[in-house]
Structures are given as C-alpha cells and as structure tokens.
Design a protein around this ligand. Structure first.
Ligand SMILES: *Cc1c(COP(=O)(O)O)cnc(C)c1O
Length: 398
C-alpha cells in the first residue's frame, strides 16, 4: 500500500513532551511554546509569531485583527481550503472569489483590482503547494486601496518569495502544522504578525480577550478582560511536539525536495509528449516541496488514472472542490468574474504520494504513470532507473 501521506517523526517528539511534563507546565505558553515562537521569528523574520491550535484558528484571529464587520469583503481564490473563507464568514464577512493563474494555480493578481469595492477590507492570497503568489503586485494593490493582506501560508513553511519567507510578507500570515503539512504537530498552526499595530491585540485575542500574556511577563499586576477573544493557544504537549519538528525543518524540507525533483525529472518526457503537465515554479519562488501534482487532460482521464493507481494499492488524491460551487460558498460568498481556470484546473489536478521515506516506492508510482500513453512502460522504466540511480546514489534510503 502506498498512501498519499505518511507522517514523519524526528524521534525527539516524545522526549520533549516528557520534558514539558517534568516542568509541570501543561497549559499553553510554557518553555516549548516560547522556543517555537522564537524559532519561527528567527526563520521568517516576522516581528511576532504566536502558535495556535491550527491554521484555521490563526485565520480566525486574523479576521478579528482585521476588524472584519458584517458585509465587509475579502478577496481570495475559490481554489482553496474552506478555512480561508470560513474565518471571515464567521465575522459576517463576504469572501469574494477571483480566478487563479493557469501556471501556479495561485490567485491571479491581475484580477484583484477589478474585484475591489467600497466594502473590500482585505486580500487573502493562498500560496498553493508552497509556491508564492505574486506578492509584490498584491502588496502594491493593497497599499493603493488601503487594504490588509492576510497570507494563507498554511502550506508555505520554509518557502520563500524573492528571499522573503511566505507568511512574513503581508500584514499577517498563517501557517498550518496539520499532519498533512510539511512540519506537523497533529493539529497546529501559527499566526505571524508582520505589522506592529497588531502585536498587542493578537496576544489578547489569543488569550480569551485578556492581557494574561502581559501578566505572565510581569508587565501588569493582574489580568482582566480587555477585548473580544477566544482560546487559540495550544497546550505545551503540542508545542513540545512541534518544536522537535521545527528543529529539523531544514532536513525535512531537503528530503521532500529530493522526492519532488525525482518526480519532476522523471515526468519531463511525458510532459514533452503532451501526456500531462508538471508544476510550474516561477524563478522568484523558492518552494518547499509541499506537494507534487500533475495536470491531466480531463476529469475523465484523471478518474481513469486514479482507478489504475488504486488497482496497484497506490493512493494519489485530487484536491479542492472550488468554494464558489460548494453549498456554503453559494450562500456566504460571491464570485467575481468567470472561474474558468478554477473550474478547469481543479478537475484535472492529481496529487501524487510525497513523504519523507517514500524512497523506492516512488518508482511504483511512476510506473503507473508510464502506462498513461505515449511513453511505453519499458522506456519509462529505463528512464527511471537512470534517474533514480543518479538521485539515490550516496543517500540513505529510509
Ligand atoms: C491545511 C490548510 C488550511 C487549514 O489548516 P489547519 O491547520 O488544518 O486548520 C487552511 N488553508 C490552506 C490553504 C490549507 O492547505
């Protein structure tokens, strides 16, 4: 069986959890929370990183910080996870969907300006597959129209745009550490505060609307109810697990990048023959190998290919059902313009298994793709042996 995703453990998770138990500090904001925040701040260059229960929680905090009021609009892609939209809908906001680019599947920055109205408050770009949106253009539009930029960088840890960490470019950025992401803590996330005006309030919102964080630092002698808020901080167990992962983020990313590149090299000929399209990573984007997807010709071809994989007990998966066509999307949001690329690409995309430790099994995945069409199985197998030999030679195969 080759699953789509398999968790990778560094081996330090349980040690760190045990350490946190010994310290007797199980609730949030203990030693490992502080270590994780410091790591994120150092890695991304953000002013303040706060870990949360999930990226969903970080997005909800962002919507409160952005002061979204009923009827306020937030521009975002429809090709994204529900939480991007839900976080704003919970505050009465209206997601306004614009189409995605054909190359990166990210929000088409050239369609954003036409979707702006007097109610628009924010733009929420989503960095699909850890490949950055065109942030220079998006930031310039936001500045011109006085809008906030909240990055959904759920998939973006360790990825960069023109050298800047994803999530640390807009006013606020949100990461996910869900077990399907590159760096994990089961459920988990972080909010990056890149604009000082939000720093104090972010702490309060995260701590049930109180200034408990200031109290713990000895800045006030008691803590009280200050603002709206909720409980967005994870317990120390989660932070301890997360820190074990963060410490090895370079290694994990490197290993994923190798797997990504093996797919990319091996599928070059199939792309040249027109059998599929490979991911496109613009030169200014340093991605993090969050995902390897292929684009087929049609939904029919994708369905047939999934069946072929299933017959070999291999489990690739498609991705988002566009939000504008979902029941809640029709109720709570609206689309601006036709969703041509969103509708078309979402039906043709297939994500291949990619995890640390995939090793030799990757060959099995590629073999199935060999029967797609023009490249004969034999020819592809030969090509793979060469590619795999070159790439695997000299590195550990766990
Ligand atoms: C995974 C993901 C989320 C949600 O992350 P959670 O940590 O599970 O809440 C949000 N947006 C995008 C683009 C994602 O990929």
């Amino acid at each position: 069986m080759i699953p789509f995703n398999k968790i990778y453990l560094t081996g330090n998770e349980l040690d760190y959890i045990q350490q946190s138990h010994k310290e007797g500090n199980l609730s949030g904001d203990g030693t490992f929370t502080a270590k994780s925040s410091a790591w994120l701040e150092h890695q991304t260059g953000t002013q303040k990183a706060l870990i949360t229960h999930s990226c969903t929680a970080a997005l909800e905090m962002a919507a409160i910080l952005a002061n979204i009021q009923p009827g306020d609009e937030v521009i975002m892609p429809s090709y994204t996870f529900v939480s991007t939209a839900n976080a704003f809908v919970l505050r009465g906001g209206v997601p306004v969907f614009v189409d995605i680019r054909e190359d990166t599947l990210n929000i088409d920055e050239n369609l954003i300006e036409a979707a702006i109205t007097s109610r628009t408050k924010a733009i929420c770009p989503v960095h699909y597959a850890g490949v950055a949106c065109e942030m220079d253009t998006i930031m310039a539009i936001a500045k011109k129209h006085n809008l906030l930029v909240i990055e959904d960088a759920a998939q973006g840890i360790m990825a960069r745009y023109k050298g800047k960490a994803l999530g640390a470019i807009g006013h606020i950025g949100c990461y996910s550490f869900h077990e399907t992401k590159n760096i994990i803590s089961g459920e988990g996330g972080a909010i990056l505060i890149n604009d000082a005006q939000f720093a104090a309030r972010a702490e309060i919102i995260r701590e049930k609307g109180t200034n408990r964080s200031q109290f713990y630092r000895g800045q006030v002698d008691k803590y009280t109810w200050q603002d709206v808020g909720s409980s967005y901080l994870p317990s120390e167990d989660i932070a301890a697990f997360l820190f074990a992962q963060l410490e090895q983020a370079d290694y994990i990313t490197e290993r994923r990048m190798k797997k990504w590149q093996i797919y990319h090299d091996a599928l070059e000929d199939l792309e040249k023959k027109g059998d599929l399209r490979r991911p496109i990573v613009p030169a200014q984007c340093q991605h993090n190998a969050h995902m390897y997807y292929i684009l087929l010709d049609s939904l029919k071809q994708r369905t047939e290919l999934i069946a072929k994989f299933k017959a070999q007990d291999i489990h690739p998966v498609f991705h988002y059902i566009p939000l504008h066509s979902a029941p809640a999307g029709r109720k709570f949001a609206r689309a601006h313009g036709d969703m041509k690329n969103t509708n078309n690409l979402s039906e043709r995309l297939l994500r291949l298994p990619l995890w640390v430790g995939l090793a030799e099994k990757q060959k099995e995945v590629l073999k199935v793709l060999g029967v797609l069409g023009l490249a004969g199985l034999y020819g592809l197998a030969n090509l793979l042996d060469i590619t795999l030999f070159k790439t695997f030679n000299g590195i550990a195969l766990i």
